[in-house]
Design a protein around this ligand. Structure first.
Ligand code: PLP
Length: 393
């Protein structure tokens, strides 16, 4: 006897992983350079040199227990204080170590926040296209999940539809800017309108509606786009941050939750996040990585390679006649399936060893996602295949 829902989740493979593994299998048959794999968001730029230098220095100077022993569940004070100082320097955030909870990345941070906000009958909203894991994370926390379709093709916030979806049982809205999969970055003006709407609805319902700001791509932004710090625009914001993409460390599992003091019931929320993390078996984030982060908060990624890929792919595809959402952040391109059927189009592409993810899982059928954190050669090699595909329709 096993839990049926857990079995379903554990055995119903994610389409992204399936494509990625198919790509590995095909690479053995046709050669790695003949497979154009845009499926998985594994950063292709290396972690900054200073990360490696910091590890080397720590290994020389720090004793084994301090490096590899347990830390407190909320994280090393030194790490939390360093992150708070970084947030204050960059965003004038008024953060303190006590507002930070160090996690094993954004995913468990999101689960802890959702678990902490879980009340009977509560609902969480997302804006489609959204990161597919939001649904199992929310439902796993005992909350209902629903989403609102973003405006197409710029994927901005659909305020009329959102207003209708904000029912009294909504406890939180997940905001992901820069967005996976559309690369959208919300402007400060958009976020101000959002803040006014949520403030109005929270007053009407008599309880806070939190923004859960999922920020793994905060530092991945191009051109003139600016990523606003949402707690400055809406006080009831809880931030889930990750170093997976900003420092190219996705396998190391390190990030944090930030519960600002000015957020409604801040201390209760922080305590509930800690309790929800405990229920999930969180003991502490990796000690070595906490020490690295404490010394590396000022490091930023070198985005040149991503930006070159972004421009080559966006320009190449739009010139061929594809409709593409212009990405201002993250490392994804969201493209309208030219035949209107994302499942059929990604299957046609797969037959040419071009691996792109249908938008269904992101709540956006009719679109496909390309992850452009790949080599420039992969981008250039894929363009003739995209051309053949659209010409053949
Ligand atoms: N949120 C979004 C939007 C993501 O794209 C990802 C990973 O791809 C995550 C959260 C999870 O990131 P982490 O590796 O920090 O758990």
């Amino acid at each position: 006897m096993v839990n049926a829902e857990a079995f379903e989740l554990g055995t119903n493979r994610s389409c992204i992983r399936e494509l990625f593994e198919y790509g590995l299998m095909r690479a053995k048959v046709v050669g790695k350079d003949q497979v154009y794999d845009f499926s998985l968001g594994n950063p292709c730029i290396p972690a900054p040199d200073d990360v490696h230098k910091t590890i080397e220095a720590l290994l020389q100077d720090t004793d084994s227990l301090a490096l590899h022993g347990y830390t407190s569940a909320i994280g090393d004070y030194e790490t939390r204080a360093a992150i708070a100082a970084d947030l204050n320097r960059r965003f004038d955030a008024n953060a303190q170590a006590e507002n930070l909870f160090i996690t094993c990345g954004a995913a468990p941070g999101l689960c802890a926040v959702l678990g902490g906000l879980s009340v009977a009958g509560g609902k969480v909203l997302a804006l489609a296209p959204y990161f597919p894991e939001y649904k199992p994370f929310t439902q796993g926390a005992g909350l209902e999940f629903d989403y609102v379709q973003a405006d197409v093709p710029d994927f901005q916030i659909p305020f009329d539809a959102l207003r209708k979806a904000l029912t009294p049982n909504v406890v939180a809205l997940i905001v992901n800017s820069p967005n996976n999969p559309a690369g959208t970055v919300y402007t400060e003006k958009t976020l101000q309108i959002l803040s006014e709407l949520l403030t109005e609805k929270a007053a009407e319902f008599g309880h806070p509606i939190y923004i859960i700001s999922d920020e793994p791509y905060r530092e991945l932004v191009y051109g003139d786009a600016k990523v606003s710090f949402i707690p400055k625009l809406y006080k009831d914001t809880i931030v889930c941050y990750s170093y997976s993409k900003s420092l190219s460390l996705p396998g190391e599992r390190i990030g944090y939750v930030y519960v600002p003091s000015q957020a409604a019931d801040s201390q209760a929320v922080y305590g509930a996040v800690a309790g929800a993390a405990r229920k999930m078996g969180h003991v502490c984030a990796p000690s070595l990585w906490q020490k690295v982060i404490a010394r590396c908060t000022a490091l930023r990624p070198d985005l040149q390679a991503y930006d070159r890929n972004r421009r080559a792919l966006y320009e190449g595809l739009t010139q061929m006649g594809y409709t593409v959402a212009k990405p201002e952040g993250a490392f994804y391109l969201f493209v309208k399936a030219p035949n209107g059927d994302s499942l059929a189009f990604s299957q046609m592409a797969k037959e040419k060893d071009l691996l792109i993810v249908p938008g269904e899982g992101f709540g956006c059928a009719g679109w496909v996602r390309l992850c452009y954190c790949v080599s420039y050669d992969t981008i250039m090699g894929s363009l003739p295949i995209f051309k053949n595909l659209i010409d053949a329709l």
